[in-house]
Design a protein around this ligand. Sequence first.
Ligand SMILES: [Zn+2]
Ligand SMILES: [Zn+2]
Length: 121
Amino acid sequence: MKCAKHVIEAIGVCAYCGRGLCVECVPANSGSRLVCSIDCAETLSRNDKVIQSILNKSLQTAKASAFYCYLCSALSFGGAIAAYYTAPVPFLIWFAAGCGAVLLMAGVWYSRVAVADFKKP
Ligand SMILES: [Zn+2]
Ligand SMILES: [Zn+2]
């Protein structure tokens, strides 16, 4: 592959636009990734920030969902206990307890998603 500007062999491609880059084209302070211009470098870092903020948002959503599930789970268990004392209908008690258990599992799953997301580099 040849450089986009010069007639010599490219040493790499721009991480953003994919243009061929030779030794002369790569800016001295381009960082870890090869970019053909300041524009590409800026767009690239802006995209990184957007992705980062989306990841953070999904992390928060997972945390919020986990919290919501735990809360509903606690309410369902509370309902099961209340039903046990006030209206001893086995179906009602088991139904509420079952909902509580399912929500608890969902909460655990969401927390694990949040933790897994957090551990990503
Ligand atoms: Zn470029
Ligand atoms: Zn070049």
